[in-house]
Design a protein around this ligand. Structure first.
Ligand SMILES: [Zn+2]
Length: 436
């Protein structure tokens, strides 16, 4: 297979050229949607939008947002191609009712491969690398397949181990000598715990890097968070954070400078907006609203991701001029209001991750009798329960000024909730609030 190892020039072009490139693709996408998408054609006529008038990123603001509920209710209306043009069917869990289907054409799979290919290049990958893929490639998920296709396009090697099973992961590392892992960071920690218990000397293995999926490894100032620290303090490897979703079909990945995930301008337009739909300033937190470019099966316009983050536009040390996204602060719907304080679950995760005696946890939120949010933290504690419980409470009080209830659970009970078979990453948040 031909591999084109050229880094796309557009990522190094000026900010103006990047916008020009995106606007050209946007205009094409709008015409495509008007012709092929029942959902968007209806929206344009309902809202009196002339597709010819949407030419610039500013014009995009005339178009209403698309929400997860739209995808749920009108799922089939988003599909722009005949059934015989669909190659791969992917699902994401819906907020209501049935899961949402994502239909990918052959062209979409090629786009996905290209996205991961340029992402791996951005994160210092090369054809000489061997990637150990520690996530599921089947079960109707998109991510594992996307990584596989991207690695193949890069011309590198791939070992599809899948998730879980620390023993099998280490055995594969020993036998096949991968240079890179693609893994959920909290699982890398579990692997290190296993290695310590069984005497594996991880610092003398072939692994030098890990692409971290599904969880943050950094704080908002790009320093390592508790998980990032815990991994790198023990294991001398370099970590690269990546953020992606099925809806985007695109990833934001860190370069070697580790200061936010780079946007790929040919594939997606990102807006970071406040509650009123206005753009937030650089370094301020807002919701990522995105428009996919070059998608055939189910392109999305101004889709509200629900993910809150910050953006940075200063040229990066790697030479790219594309904007970068900071770590995901939380999900918009997950905001917890606790006696005058507002916070997002990842702030609690980071505190729990910093305590060595906490081996597993999840955060539960519910509505109390007076209609406000209550937080319950379910943990497994290794060591003196009383002392560790006190430590958790103190740290949480000091950092986020809330005093949640702590419930100590046995590891088996916790495992059933945190690591269910069907999930691709640990379940750390359970929302039992009313009126969501
Ligand atoms: Zn960079």
């Amino acid at each position: 297979m031909e591999t084109n190892r050229r880094i796309p020039e557009i990522e190094f072009s000026s900010a103006e050229e990047i916008i020009r490139c995106q606007e050209k693709k946007l205009a094409e996408s709008i015409q495509y949607l008007n012709k092929n998408s029942r959902f968007y054609a209806d929206m344009f006529s309902r809202e009196n939008i002339n597709p010819d008038d949407i030419r610039t990123i500013k014009d995009l603001k005339k178009i209403p947002f698309t929400t997860k509920d739209d995808l749920n209710y009108y799922n089939e209306q988003f599909i722009c191609v005949e059934r015989n043009k669909i190659t791969d069917y992917v699902t994401t869990s819906g907020t209501i009712g049935d899961p949402v289907t994502f239909a990918l054409t052959d062209g979409d799979l090629e786009r996905l491969a290209y996205n991961e290919y340029i992402s791996f290049i951005c994160s210092d990958g090369s054809p000489d690398d061997i990637y150990q893929l520690m996530c599921t490639i089947d079960r109707r998920f998109m991510a594992g397949l996307a990584y596989f296709l991207g690695i193949r396009k890069l011309g590198a090697g791939v070992i599809r181990v899948g998730n879980g099973l620390p023993e099998l992961q280490w055995d594969t590392i020993r036998r096949m000598k991968p240079t890179l892992l693609i893994a959920v960071p909290s699982f890398i920690l579990k692997m290190l715990e296993y290695a310590d218990r069984t005497g594996i000397d991880y610092n003398s293995t072939s692994v030098t890097k890990a692409v971290c999926i599904g969880e943050n490894i950094r704080n908002s100032d790009f320093s390592y968070n508790s998980i990032g620290k815990k991994i790198t303090e023990r294991w001398n490897i370099k970590l690269y954070s990546t953020y992606a979703s099925t809806e985007m079909g695109t990833s934001f990945i860190e370069c070697g400078s580790g200061c936010g995930g780079h946007l790929h301008p040919e594939l997606i337009i990102a807006e970071i907006l406040d509650e009123n739909g206005n753009e937030v300033g650089e370094g301020e937190t807002g919701e990522l609203v995105f428009t996919t470019l070059g998608v055939e099966g189910m392109p999305l316009l101004r889709y509200r991701s629900g993910d809150l983050c910050q953006f940075f536009s200063a040229p990066c040390a790697c030479g790219r001029n594309t904007i970068r996204l900071g770590p995901i602060v939380g999900r918009r719907h997950h905001m917890i209001k606790y006696r005058g304080t507002t916070l997002y679950p990842p702030a609690l995760y980071d505190i729990l991750d910093s305590i060595r005696e906490v081996s597993m946890y999840y955060v539960e939120v519910y509505t109390n009798e007076i209609g406000t949010d209550e937080i319950l933290i379910h943990v497994n504690i290794q060591g003196d329960t009383g002392i560790v419980e006190g430590l958790i409470k103190d740290k949480i009080r000091a950092k986020v000024r809330v005093a949640p209830r702590i419930i100590v659970e046995d590891p088996e009970t916790l495992k059933k909730i945190v690591l269910p078979e069907i999930s691709r990453k640990p379940v750390k948040f359970i929302d039992r609030r009313q009126n969501l």
